[in-house]
Design a protein around this ligand. Structure first.
Ligand SMILES: [Zn+2]
Ligand SMILES: [Zn+2]
Length: 194
């Protein structure tokens, strides 16, 4: 294939959030550091040409590969993004509800501990902060819950956004027909296939 792209692949981000915001679904690659997210936007995504932005979801069993890339007006600092992630409820909601169009923006992911939140904040175990012991260890006191430590997270979206209109959900049989996905899998996964 002539599609071997020299654009480097980047996977040093923590995940992807899917959120309704401004009446459209937003696809939000998540970073833990606001400065890093801002510089990725400034150096790379800012120069992307909206209609050429491609987002691919390669589904393999209960996981998927998130793959994102575009032509850039500044090819020297261009990157393509990928991350292997577990399918989630929000992912499935996005898959059903995107309607062929989404906003791309970056987000900053912050972990919240028991001391940082209000009483009704919800823990990853689905119970509220006030159900957790605020003495030693903050175990969940809810009947039969085995959560040992309160933990939740907050996502702050950066304002800048791009519109994505080229969105595809694929499975392993489609890999060879999609140059971006083919390149991603070749560069980042082939060793694992063997
Ligand atoms: Zn909990
Ligand atoms: Zn709990």
């Amino acid at each position: 294939m002539s599609s071997q792209s020299p654009i480097p692949w980047f996977d040093d981000f923590v995940g992807v959030a899917y959120r309704y915001y401004d009446l459209r679904m937003n696809v939000v690659p998540l970073f833990t550091d606001r400065k890093e997210a801002s510089s990725i936007w400034h150096d790379t995504i800012h120069s992307w040409v909206d209609p050429s932005i491609k987002i691919r979801f390669l589904e393999i069993d209960d996981k998927y590969w998130f793959i994102l890339g575009s032509d850039s007006q500044k090819p020297s600092t261009n990157l393509s993004f990928f991350k292997e992630l577990p399918k989630s409820e929000n992912y499935e909601r996005f898959k059903k509800g995107h309607g062929g169009e989404a906003y791309l923006r970056l987000g900053v992911y912050a972990k919240k501990l028991l001391g940082d939140v209000k009483k009704d904040a919800v823990c990853d175990c689905s119970h509220e902060a006030q159900d957790h012991d605020d003495g030693d260890g903050d175990v969940c006191l809810f009947n039969k819950c085995n959560c040992k430590k309160f933990s939740s997270f907050q996502v702050n979206l950066l304002k800048r956004k791009k519109i994505i209109t080229d969105i595809k959900f694929l499975d392993e049989n489609d890999v060879k027909d999609d140059p971006l996905v083919w390149n991603c899998i070749n560069v980042n996964k082939f060793s694992k296939f063997e």
